[in-house]
Design a protein around this ligand. Structure first.
Ligand SMILES: [Cu+2]
Length: 214
């Protein structure tokens, strides 16, 4: 956690930390107030209960403060989500096919692989399809997760500047060998990617061009 391996890592982790810290403050505050009142108004010191009438200031405060806190969570969640749903127009499109129990990747020129090779610094848009049941495309290090359905095409995108190999998991229970449904995304320097792409395309007998495709 807290190492930025994709464009979303920092914003997702910041929001996660914000919500956890806020929740901790609320938990500690409510618990402390509760314990304080339990001790202060215990029966032995207050044998006769007193009726308390409404307090407008208090009521406004305990409505407005939580509302502001929840709306701030919503705001950061919504702006982050909108960014995740807006792939740049020049993103490299890769078709991803899920099936029980493996991932398949297909580049615009028809090159097929079982590992997702991507150039560092380039936005990649994955078009997600399933051949059978529901799966979920999950790259934990990139904070990217999207359900994959047999009857529609979902998509997600990411850009990673950090060369390395990261897990791709299936995050939706999809049958007996669901837990083995792992692949990897290999982030390479642009020149390494170009070299890999040319040789892999040549081996597969497809033209080594990355023209945009659907
Ligand atoms: Cu699966």
């Amino acid at each position: 956690m807290f190492t930025s391996s994709s464009s979303f890592t920092n914003s997702v982790d910041a929001l996660f930390t914000y919500i956890v810290v806020l929740s901790l403050i609320v938990l500690v505050g409510i618990t402390a107030a509760m314990v304080y009142f339990v001790v202060k108004y215990r029966r032995s010191k207050n044998p006769v209960p007193v009726n308390i009438e409404g307090n407008t200031t208090l009521e406004v405060l305990w409505t407005a403060i939580p509302l502001a806190l929840f709306m701030s969570m919503f705001y950061f969640g919504w702006t982050g989500y909108k960014e995740m749903r807006s792939a740049p127009a020049d993103a490299l499109p890769v078709n991803v096919t899920a099936r029980m129990w493996q991932w398949g990747f297909e580049y615009p020129n028809g090159l097929k692989t079982d590992t997702l090779y991507v150039p560092a610094g380039r936005a990649v848009k994955v078009l997600l399809r399933s051949q059978d049941v529901n799966h979920a495309f999950f790259i934990p290090a990139f904070r990217v997760k999207k359900d994959v359905y047999p009857n529609k095409v979902n998509d997600a995108w990411f850009v990673s500047d950090r060369v390395g190999r990261y897990d791709i998991a299936c995050a939706e229970y999809c049958g007996l060998n669901h837990s083995y449904m792992y692949s990897a995304v290999q982030v390479m320097d642009q020149s390494d990617f170009d070299a890999w792409f040319s040789s892999a395309s040549a081996k597969a007998g497809v033209p080594a061009v990355l023209a945009a495709a659907k």
